[in-house]
Design a binder for this molecule. Structure first.
Ligand SMILES: [Zn+2]
Ligand SMILES: [Zn+2]
Length: 172
């Protein structure tokens, strides 16, 4: 854990007072959030609105929202566009050795690291098939021209010979 990071939260006071809550509101960049077509840049940073609550047996419930921007590569035309996003978070951090807890979601020396909660929630929420816009025309399959920016010089698609043969066989 990096105690100097805003993502490492000191929960000493919460642990001293079971049932107490504390609100956290801050901005912080998070590196390494991406899938094949989507990534979260470090600029602008992510915005966190979180409520931390000391629950039973030294656990800390982290609830709230994380918002920011994705940089999305359109799967049709490959152009990059930015999209705002916001995900809701609800995770429980527990003391080591307290039974069932998820890897990374640990209260370690009265600190917890928000990065696993960010990673799990933000990456899981990323769109799998992002497009720059619903009617994106994509790229010409022959010359690669981005058809959103105008037509290319390729001739119109020639009918596929095999299809006409098959249609002939079917008597169409
Ligand atoms: Zn596109
Ligand atoms: Zn073309």
């Amino acid at each position: 854990m990096d105690p100097g990071s805003a993502l490492t939260v000191n929960v000493h006071e919460l642990l001293e007072h079971p049932g107490s809550r504390k609100h956290f509101s801050f901005d912080a960049p998070v590196e390494g959030l991406s899938n094949e077509l989507v990534r979260v840049p470090t600029d602008p940073p992510l915005h966190f609105e979180l409520m931390l609550e000391a629950i039973d047996e030294g656990g800390i419930l982290v609830r709230g929202s994380i918002s920011g921007e994705y940089v999305v590569s359109c799967r049709r035309c490959l152009d990059e566009v930015r999209r705002p996003f916001r995900v809701e978070v609800a995770e429980v951090y527990r003391q080591p050795g307290s039974g069932v807890w998820e890897e990374g979601f640990v209260v370690d020396q009265e600190r917890l690291d928000l990065r696993p909660a960010v990673r799990d929630n933000v990456v899981l929420d990323m769109p799998l098939y992002p497009v720059c816009r619903d009617d994106c025309a994509g790229l010409c399959s022959r010359c690669g021209t981005n058809l959103n920016r105008g037509d290319c010089a390729c001739p119109a698609e020639a009918p596929d010979e095999r299809w006409s043969e098959l249609k002939g066989l079917l008597g169409q």
